[in-house]
Design a protein around this ligand. Structure first.
Ligand code: SF4
Ligand code: SF4
Length: 336
């Protein structure tokens, strides 16, 4: 399948979703809950429902079935995916089915697994701030691991996409982090903090802080093409913090056009809900059956931003589509 075919098929699936037809366009696969780090706000442990992770063959089976149903993008995330020994093989397999395969990593195993990492279409890494902030959240040496991984991947001619959660600690460093991304030839995607329950309060920004961060990102997005953040997400976060809206999502399309897979193969709509019990197992019930058992999530709401742009774009919001087309044409990252 060519990239343009994928876009046309994705568009048709979005139209079909308006009439209630489900297509698993995007799969986010929490392939393991194991990780060598112990970050303050880690949520990975919430996803493991059974004692075992899917085997390589089971993952391939799920990829094959979802690809045949229209999946265009498979994202491997954890835990730390590189803890598994089969990531390169799975990336190859997913791509052979015509899918874009993305990889999230905390960077620490990149030197040993560089060839496998560079197979991914897009490599994502978290950067929580400057060295002091990043190491305080993720452990000593983890910032240097990110810098080293960026350099190694860069030497192979690939660009890393950095994800930075804008927290109380990191928001004064947005300018510096953007300069860092430019200097290293990376893209950087800033995201607002959201409430993941106990412990996350200390990261949340006040209304003044999130407003200031939003203005900074708006300015940077004009001046620095390496900043690919969504302004819409930040504006929604300002509205949420000021009490003008109470939830991020409206008419959520999770479970209709995208899904989340747990390490042991449960099929849920998104990472927020996957942490709950009761999702059907793709291993026991078949991948498509498990996907169809996700109920209608269109009335579901949450204060997590990750799906905001997807819901706008895949919900065929004209403003979102126009801005995405403009941004793509200008190499600015897809989101408005
Ligand atoms: S690197 Fe990711 S998976 Fe590992 S502990 Fe940190 S947040 Fe959790
Ligand atoms: S509204 Fe939020 S919690 Fe509900 S399905 Fe969508 S992303 Fe998941």
């Amino acid at each position: 399948m060519k990239y343009n075919d994928k876009r046309v098929n994705a568009l048709l699936s979005c139209v079909a979703a308006k009439f209630g037809k489900k297509t698993p366009l995007k799969v986010t696969h929490y392939i393991t809950d194991r990780c060598n780090l112990l970050c303050d706000y880690c949520y990975a442990k919430k996803f493991q429902k059974g004692p075992a992770e899917l085997t390589t063959q089971q993952v391939k089976d799920s990829m094959k079935e979802f690809a045949s149903l229209g999946c265009t993008t498979w994202t491997l995330i954890g835990g730390e995916p590189l803890i598994r020994s089969d990531i390169g093989e799975l990336i190859d397999y997913g791509q052979s089915l015509g899918m874009t395969v993305n990889l999230f990593t905390n960077a620490t195993f990149v030197p040993q697994k560089l060839d496998q990492v560079c197979k991914a279409d897009n490599v994502f890494m978290s950067l929580d701030g400057n060295k002091e902030i990043h190491d305080s959240i993720r452990g000593k040496g983890s910032y240097d691991a990110v810098v080293k991984a960026i350099d190694l991947i860069g030497e192979k001619g690939k660009h890393v996409i950095l994800n930075c959660v804008v927290s109380k600690e990191s928001y004064p460093y947005i300018d510096k982090l953007s300069d860092f991304a430019k200097q290293k030839g990376c893209f950087i995607n800033f995201n607002p903090t959201y409430n993941l329950g106990p412990g996350s309060d200390k990261f949340m920004l006040s209304l003044d802080e999130i407003t200031q961060a939003t203005e900074t990102i708006k300015r940077l997005k004009k001046d620095n093409p390496h900043v690919i953040s969504s302004i819409g997400t930040f504006e929604r976060s300002v509205a949420l913090t000021s009490g003008k809206v109470t939830k991020y999502q409206k008419h959520c399309l999770a479970g209709m056009l995208y899904l989340a897979l747990s390490p042991s193969g449960e099929v849920g709509p998104c990472f927020v809900r996957l942490a709950e019990n009761g999702w059907a197992s793709g291993v026991k019930e078949g991948w498509y059956n498990a996907f169809t058992k996700i109920g209608d999530m269109s009335k579901c709401t949450c204060d997590v931003h990750c799906f905001y742009d997807l819901n706008e774009l895949f919900g065929l919001n004209l403003k979102a589509i126009t801005k995405a087309a403009f941004n793509l044409a200008n190499d600015k990252g897809i989101y408005a």
